[in-house]
Design a protein around this ligand. Structure first.
Ligand code: SF4
Ligand code: SF4
Length: 141
């Protein structure tokens, strides 16, 4: 996320420090998605709605200690090809607040998830386990 000097793996003389760390992070992992908090789904209707959302390309969902979130895999249009931020001085507050102390470079975000659905199929499998007769939910219409 930083606009500090970009370093490459080829330069083995550089140590990973808070200032150089982002330069080691191929493709700036934290600049390649957005998240959006959502109400915790509870009913069949809620999960059916979430299924519709995850039927769309690059839309995923997870639950962690802070609740449920949509995860949309999409690269920030301000990310420069070399991994630097193209609007570093005026980048949004969320980007300013994001610390690289311990971030996705150190461990994948999924490790902190209680539940993770990488798309329609994994959520459908969860719905079938969670609700009896999930596949018959439209029968009374
Ligand atoms: S994931 Fe971490 S190391 Fe990679 S660009 Fe973001 S803050 Fe920097
Ligand atoms: S504005 Fe800059 S720091 Fe924020 S996500 Fe985009 S490229 Fe990354």
């Amino acid at each position: 996320m930083t606009d500090e000097k970009v370093v490459t793996w080829a330069d083995t003389t550089l140590k990973i420090t808070p200032e150089t760390k982002c330069g080691f992070c191929a493709g700036a992992r934290c600049c390649n998605y957005i998240t959006q908090s959502i109400d915790a789904p509870r009913s069949k209707d809620d999960f059916d709605h979430l299924l519709w959302q995850l039927a769309h390309r690059n839309v995923q969902a997870y639950k962690d200690k802070d609740g449920w979130f949509l995860l949309v895999l999409s690269t920030c249009t301000r990310l420069l090809p070399d991994g630097r931020c193209g609007i570093y001085e005026t980048r949004p507050q969320l980007c300013r607040d994001y610390s690289n102390d311990y971030c996705e470079y150190d461990s994948p975000a999924e490790e902190g998830f209680d539940l993770f659905f990488d798309g329609y199929d994994s959520l459908l499998a969860y719905c079938r386990k969670r609700f009896k007769n999930w596949d018959k939910r439209f029968n009374d219409e």
